[in-house]
Write a protein that binds this ligand. Structure first.
Ligand code: PMP
Length: 901
């Protein structure tokens, strides 16, 4: 994702000692710049935060007098991790550990001068407390033995008049650079002064935001504000009111704090009553998680839908901001709500940071939800999985009555499912698949994690007593800086985890599924099991397409300029990659828009004689049947052979039917309904013994199993790029020899044209008349690289194990019938099933509505097969892809069980 135009620095007036939201202060001074950390969100420390920081500093160093203006810059960590900015400099780090449930404060080198004047403890004197002697040379960067006991942690380190920070671990101290430092004090102007100094900037911000609202508020017949009870929507409500918006609504999820409800009422906002019953739903669905927020649909989106259907199309002003989370970065000024097409959302404060929000609130003297001053950073449902553990801890003291119910539920759920105590003690329930940081914590503390990063269930013996995390050294602030950089590079780090190969777990996967999932921006809250229809594209493929558009877009093969040279080279190279991917280096790889086009090119490109025959099978997709039937106009007829008991084409029938009149056998490599893998190599032998050509429809095999056309011995191989992670509108036809007549004639496919004839180009170009889908082809090349990078054998093995789990799960449910090949080696992850008494469309719809599972239903473009199986309404089809997880398979099985019951 490209970075939005966010502010990466904070301005500060050195004279007034206040933060600024613009580059100048109303006192006339030029601001200094303070660099911020991603996601560049910065907010004032409110009273509870300031009290916390002051108490941690005092506990560590004794009484220190600190400024009341402190800012908190959110950064990456195990839980809450914020850079504290004071007096226009980094003062230190406020960090919460979800394991020992404690805060700590690590002072930054720039903050030392504000503490040493009054410090009575927490200072490690190199001369007194360590075995350092001058003969050891430089101090900075060294690990030095201590001769006084200091518990592990971060300290101020002193050598004569030079100071720095050091990390103590196992009776040694590692010291950063030491610099000369004198005790310093600074002006303590307070936030009122900061507001005064920012007034002009605030006026500008307000003006722009109101203009934005006014510009769009009449785009639909009515306008309202979506109010959440939080600070951002408090500002949005105020701005909208000034623009003339009168209506506002709040959705009561039933999981709100009483303070929030009181506050909403005080603002005169309409309250929409809650949608579903969370407590009933959670007993079945389990705790919602950051990566499965089913609760939002039940408690927010559904009631919103009902509300909107009552008021019709509307414009809704909301308080979403870029800086809240990186997911929201890039949010447009207006956007159509994808879940509710009736609603056009305006985000007038999308470019504000929490600093702007609070300064505005104080300038306007707006009342805010009292929970902020009590220490909560975000306010929503009291059991929201998006919350930090530090916030849960805070809530336990603010509202023990509310949190107890949730804590009790989590404990019972963990017991029921066999999760370890850490599931609720460290807040691990907040993820279905644990992120790298949590996996690292689990690894360090011997908490077992499955290969798909879910927590292992079963009986656990805790190695370390709760709240006593042994031996983990505090990280120096700088290392968190570099962590931030690593994350911003966008690549998921991979942390080795224990791979489980026991009983009902699937076999070890040869690749990191969780890391792979991060490459697919579209994978989110939904479970996508319709990969047989089309798959998703990873970032690398999208990048390749965008790279073409941004950097070298031009036509291919028809000129000499440099852009065309680059595009032609890359487009040609994509053909080479695709050919190699299916073991077809010795043939011709033609790019098409899909399998269907490839098959039609064979049907129309072969030279037919009246009386010629084609053999195909009842297993085929309409795309491998209708093009052959259409040849009846040339006197060509089609024989359709049936299936044997394992749903595979009946080869004895094939041998019986094949005759000297047969010119072509066209058969699928893998069925898109039953998942059956067809023995195409055996069929090729039969064909060749009879001098017959073989076309293999590889639409379903190419994305899931290693394919080698040379080994198969086929003459033509058709496949769809969009089913194998490539862009839509891509596919290919591989030919052993360029022996087809080109179907499409025109530019690009000819070497020369005379008055009455033409000489075609060589190779694929002969078959790609006109301007092809260039970016798509290049994207397909990137998809092939991606699949090869993971390894088709790895993908095959992993999908095979998921398929087994799915089939076994479904077959165990009474009333469910599964249609599949028995031999795991002779099937791919396409699993068709029916439920007694329910139409497949009904089942698919219920899976979507109840559990956000996307499966296909109906006849899957295979009506003759459905007739043959006696399934006139078709089947429900779940089709697996390389990014699906065990959890998703289990979710599908559990959801089907629920539907049946
Ligand atoms: N053959 C098979 C076996 C298929 O599964 C499909 C797609 N479902 C096709 C052909 C047609 O593919 P496309 O829509 O990409 O042309």
């Amino acid at each position: 994702m490209r970075d939005p135009p966010v502010k990466k620095i904070l301005y500060w007036c050195p004279k007034c000692n206040v933060p600024l939201i613009g580059s100048s202060c109303s006192c006339g001074s030029e601001a200094v710049k303070v660099p911020l950390l991603k996601p560049y969100e910065v907010r004032p420390a409110l009273s509870a935060d300031v009290a916390l920081i002051k108490s941690l500093v005092n506990e560590k160093f004794g009484d220190a007098s600190l400024s009341d203006i402190m800012l908190l810059n959110k950064s990456g960590g195990d839980d809450r991790a914020e850079l504290v900015i004071m007096n226009g400099e980094r003062f230190g780090w406020l960090v919460f550990s979800p394991v020992n449930r404690k805060y700590r404060f690590d002072i930054a080198p720039e903050g030392i001068k504000y503490v040493i004047g009054s410090a009575t403890k927490g200072i490690l004197d190199i001369e007194k407390d360590t075995g350092y002697s001058k003969s050891m040379g430089r101090i900075g960067g060294k690990r030095i033995q201590l001769n006084t006991f200091f518990p592990d942690g971060t300290y101020i380190v002193k050598y004569r008049s030079r100071y720095g920070t050091g990390i103590v671990r196992d009776d040694t101290v590692k010291i950063k650079e030491l610099v000369a430092a004198e005790p310093a004090t600074a002006l303590n102007p307070g936030w009122k002064e900061a507001v005064r100094r920012n007034k002009n900037h605030l006026k500008n911000l307000e003006h722009t935001a109101i203009r934005t609202i006014k510009q769009h508020m009449n785009d639909r017949p009515c306008v309202n504000v979506s109010f959440s009870g939080g600070k951002d929507s408090t500002v949005a409500l105020n701005l909208a009111g000034k623009a003339g918006v009168k209506k506002a609504f709040f959705i009561d999820t039933g999981l709100e704090f009483p303070e929030t409800i009181e506050f909403v009422k005080s603002k005169g906002v309409d309250i929409i009553e809650k949608g579903g019953d969370f407590w009933k739903a959670v007993e079945r669905a389990g705790p919602p998680s950051k990566d499965n927020r089913w609760c939002c649909k039940l408690l927010k989106l559904n009631p919103l839908k009902v509300y909107l259907s009552g008021i019709g199309p509307c414009v809704t002003v909301q308080g979403n901001r870029w800086y809240e989370s990186w997911n929201r970065a890039g949010l447009d000024e207006t956007n159509q709500n994808p879940a509710n097409p009736l609603q056009l959302n305006i985000s007038p404060i999308r470019g504000w940071r929490a600093l702007e929000v609070y300064l505005y609130i104080w300038w306007q003297d707006l009342s805010i939800n009292p929970l902020y001053e009590k220490g909560l950073e975000r306010i929503g449902c009291y059991l929201c999985p998006a919350m930090l553990e530090s916030e849960f801890e805070e809530m336990r003291s603010i509202h023990p009555d509310y949190t107890k119910r949730w804590d009790d539920f989590l404990e019972k759920w963990a017991e029921k499912k066999g999760y370890p105590e850490e599931f609720y003690e460290w807040g691990l329930w907040r993820w279905k698949a644990l992120p790298p940081k949590m996996r690292e914590i689990c690894r360090d503390n011997d908490v077992e994690v499955n290969y798909d990063y879910t927590l292992k269930t079963g009986s656990f013996e805790r190695k370390t007593p709760a709240g006593q995390k042994a031996g983990k050294t505090e990280e120096p602030p700088e290392s968190r800086d570099s962590e931030d950089k690593k994350n911003s590079a966008g690549r998921p780090e991979t942390v080795p985890v224990k791979v489980l190969e026991s009983g009902n777990e699937v076999a070890a996967c040869g690749y990191d599924v969780a890391a792979v999932r991060k490459d697919f921006p579209i994978l989110g809250d939904v479970t996508y099991l319709d990969n047989a229809a089309t798959g998703f594209s990873p970032e690398k493929v999208l990048d390749a397409v965008i790279d073409f558009e941004h950097n070298y877009r031009s036509n291919v093969g028809r000129g000499v300029h440099s852009l065309m040279q680059i595009a032609s080279q890359k487009y040609w190279h994509a053909h080479e990659k695709a050919a190699k991917f299916i073991g077809g280096e010795d043939g011709v790889m033609v790019f098409t828009k899909n399998t269907t086009e490839a098959i039609n090119m064979v049907a129309m490109g072969m030279s037919w004689q009246p009386g010629d025959r084609i053999i195909t099978t009842v297993l085929e997709h309409h795309s491998n049947l209708l093009p052959w039937r259409a040849l009846s106009k040339y006197g060509v007829s089609v024989d359709v052979i049936g299936l044997d008991s394992s749903y595979s084409p009946d080869l004895s029938e094939l041998k019986r039917v094949i005759s000297p009149k047969t010119k072509l056998v066209a058969v699928t490599h893998a069925s898109n309904v039953l998942g059956v893998v067809v023995p195409v190599k055996e069929i090729a032998e039969i064909c060749h013994e009879n001098g017959v050509k073989l076309l293999v429809d590889g639409a379903q095999s190419t994305p899931h199993i290693p394919v080698n056309v040379a080994d198969i011995g086929c003459d033509y191989f058709a496949f769809s790029g969009h089913k194998m992670l490539g862009p839509t509108g891509t596919g290919g036809l591989w030919m052993k020899m360029a022996d087809l007549n080109p179907v499409f004639l025109g530019g690009g496919m000819v070497e020369s044209v005379t008055k009455d004839g033409f000489v075609p180009e060589k190779g694929y170009r002969m078959y790609e008349a006109g301007t092809p889908n260039i970016s798509g082809g290049i994207g397909l090349g990137a998809a092939v690289d991606y699949l090869s990078g993971i390894g088709m054998k790895n993908i095959r093995d992993y999908e095979e194990s998921l398929t087994k789990r799915l089939i076994e799960g479904l077959e165990s449910i009474p009333g469910v019938t599964v249609y599949t090949a028995k031999d795991p080696k002779m099937r791919i992850g396409v699993v068709s099933f029916t439920i007694d008494g329910l139409h497949p469309h009904e089942v698919a719809q219920m899976l979507d509505e109840n559990a956000d599972i996307m499966v296909r239903s109906g006849n899957h473009c295979c009506q003759p097969l459905m007739e043959c199986l006696g399934l006139k309404e078709g089947t429900v089809r779940a089709s697996i892809g390389l990014y699906n997880t065990v959890h998703e398979i289990d979710l599908l099985v559990a959801s089907v069980k629920e539907i049946v019951s």
